[in-house]
Design a binder for this molecule. Structure first.
Ligand code: APR
Length: 170
């Protein structure tokens, strides 16, 4: 298995010129705040109907819709866990959400994918352990993906990601 190129950028997930962008979604695949609000706003009105057609989506899984007005052709909606202190299976569920998103993207033929820091905003997952899980999943991505891009909201988040990417030798 060829490891994809792991790239860390600061920026807006809705502007990424990649084949697939990942939404930090809720199980109902409904519009929300954070990344989800930004993606629904930028994609336009068709997204809600497309989400209703493929949802709901249990925690740890992912569903794919078209990208509508985004530069990306697809949106992969991945549902991370709500942090409950770390003893409710959150690490395994977060890893599953990343793995599912990568599999969905590979299945539609995407070669590049951009992730937000799933679960680390409204869902409260601590950033450092969430980042390790994200990078480990990306380093082990299915064949076909050439680039996994982590889109960070600010410089502090990007620094945590760069350290995690360096630690896996990418
Ligand atoms: N662009 C990029 N990154 C953002 C943005 C944005 N517009 N807004 C927030 N972030 C960052 C947060 O700082 C955090 O690091 O994205 C990460 C994920 O945060 P959330 O979007 O809050 O996602 P999550 O914690 O997974 O919560 C999901 O929030 O919006 C709802 O419908 C969504 O119910 C679901 C929940």
């Amino acid at each position: 298995m060829a490891r994809p190129n792991l790239v860390v950028v600061e920026g807006d997930i809705t502007r990424q010129p990649v084949d697939a962008v990942v939404n930090a979604a809720n199980e109902g695949l409904r519009a929300g705040g954070g990344v989800c609000g930004a993606i629904f706003g930028a994609a336009g009105p068709g997204l809600a109907e497309a989400c209703a057609a493929v949802g709901p989506c249990p925690t740890g899984e992912a569903r794919t819709t078209p990208g509508f007005a985004l530069p990306a052709r697809w949106i992969v909606h991945a549902v991370g866990p709500i942090w409950q202190g770390g003893t409710a299976g959150e690490p395994a569920l977060l890893a599953a959400a990343y793995r599912s998103a990568l599999e969905e993207a590979a299945a539609v033929g995407a070669r590049s994918i951009a992730f937000p820091a799933i679960s680390t905003g409204i869902y409260g997952y601590p950033l450092a352990p969430a980042t390790e899980i994200a990078v480990a999943a990306a380093a082990d991505a299915p064949d076909g993906l050439d680039e996994v891009r982590f889109v960070c909201f600010d410089a502090a988040v990007a620094a945590v990601y760069r350290e995690a990417v360096a630690a896996v030798g990418a």
